[in-house]
Design a protein around this ligand. Structure first.
Ligand code: GLV
Ligand code: MN
Ligand code: MN
Length: 415
């Protein structure tokens, strides 16, 4: 039996064709994808995925936060499933592969098993997690976080986008508020294939990243309050310009990122200026901070530096500042046996590989709290992601999928 298992081959052309067909939903003129969570386009992507899964003989269920599970039965359906997947939502200027690759790779694994008539012992489930990106609704990884019991379901369903629409109402609207309970069931193992979203594999000419864990993150929302006033008659010395204070803080965020090398990342990606009128001194500024670090102590030091900097700038300028930390997860090591299963898959396929830590957050981070978890990275062009030009080579995507197949089999077939 193991020889048969080792000789199973995924179909790289079919994987590529599915990715390209999916990428037409929300395609942007610059070659990327904009398919924000729980929009009509997200619904279309989900519908297509479900159609393909049903054609592949899977049974599909949707849970109360819109996570989709497509199940291929095993020989012993009392065993917990081996799950694999990722997300179908994208950034506003997203690419064709972030998330979509992990889902389509899972589908390709199931199609390959079907073609070979290969029966696993444990069932295999392909999963689509809701709102991984954290762009329309914050934070990121909400579907997997609710599944893993990290987030309270009711609180997440009540989360709003910038227009005040809730996750719950949007799920109902697009027909994806499912009946299945959220989480609370055993998962044998979880694997997620993903593009690296960074430059390391390409620079080192490696095909497979064996992901040993993910770095930790702290996300903040900062509000700076000054006083709105007329841009003409108000002398410079009398101003309480919230944007000038916020700009100094944003500069500090960047400085903190540089200070805590190696490993730290610090980003301000969203800024709102009120009232945002060219001849009004800004009275209020809201901005977000995204801190990341593979070491928890360093993340704590970055937190301390940020609070100190904001306090010092506020004191100097007379502005009022609220620093609200609203999301944190510690650096997350993945499961040793799952890492070994990925390594075995890479070696079996003869692919060049290296161990790597994920810089991005992934649903795998929350799944690691409730199931043995592993991830597989493949290179992306120039290390660029969260960008419409995001690109990956069909051969690398196929290699990652072949490794995924072996990793899934390693856990779904009794040794
Ligand atoms: C998810 O895309 C992240 O921000 O890491
Ligand atoms: Mn992703
Ligand atoms: Mn992403």
């Amino acid at each position: 039996m193991p020889a048969v298992m080792d000789n199973l081959r995924i179909n790289g052309d079919r994987l590529w064709a599915s990715l390209m067909e999916l990428a037409r939903i929300g395609a942007t003129p610059k070659g990327g994808v904009c398919r924000l969570a729980l929009t009509d386009l997200d619904r279309q992507g989900r519908d297509l995925f479900i159609r393909w899964c049903k054609e592949a003989g899977c049974t599909v269920t949707v849970d109360g936060i819109g996570n989709i599970f497509a199940r291929r039965p095993g020989r012993d359906n009392s065993l917990p499933p081996v799950m694999t997947g990722s997300h179908l939502d994208t950034q506003p200027t997203g690419g064709r592969f972030d998330g979509a690759y992990g889902v389509m790779a899972g589908l390709e694994v199931v199609r390959t098993l079907n073609d070979a008539g290969f029966e696993t012992d444990a069932p295999v489930e392909i999963v689509v997690w809701t709102n991984e990106e954290g762009t329309r609704f914050s934070p990121a990884m909400i579907g997997s976080g609710a599944f893993a019991g990290v987030f309270d379901l009711g609180a997440e369903l009540g989360k709003t986008d910038l227009e005040g629409k809730t996750i719950g109402a949007e799920l109902e609207r697009i027909g994806y508020k499912g009946a299945a309970p959220v989480g609370g069931r055993k998962v044998g193992a979880y694997f997620e294939a993903h593009i690296e979203q960074g430059p390391i594999l390409e620079a080192e000419n490696k095909t497979i990243g064996i992901v040993t864990g993910a770095q930790g993150q702290r996300w903040y929302e900062i509000t700076v309050v000054g006083q709105e006033a007329h841009a003409g008659p108000t002398p410079m010395a009398r101003r309480k310009d919230a944007l000038v204070g916020a700009a100094r803080m944003i500069h500090e965020v960047n400085r903190i990122g540089h200070k805590h090398q190696p490993g730290a990342c610090a980003t301000v990606g969203h800024v709102q200026v009120m009232p945002n009128s060219r001849n009004v001194i800004p009275g209020r500024v809201f901005f977000t901070v995204d801190f990341r670090n593979p070491k928890d102590e360093a993340l704590t030091a970055m937190d301390r530096d940020l609070r100190r900097a904001c306090q010092a700038i506020s004191a100097e300028t007379g502005l009022e500042t609220e620093v609200k930390e609203f999301w944190y997860f510690a650096p997350t090591p993945f499961d040793a046996a799952c890492i070994s299963a990925v390594r075995r898959g890479a070696e079996l396929g003869g692919y060049s590989h290296r161990d790597i830590i994920s810089g991005a957050g992934h649903d795998a981070v929350y799944m690691a709290r409730v199931a043995p978890t592993g991830m597989i990275f493949v290179p992306c062009e120039g290390g660029i992601s969260h960008n419409e030009i995001e690109n990956a080579a069909p051969a690398d995507l196929a290699a990652g999928c072949a490794v995924l197949l072996q990793a899934v089999l390693g856990r779904a077939v009794k040794g």
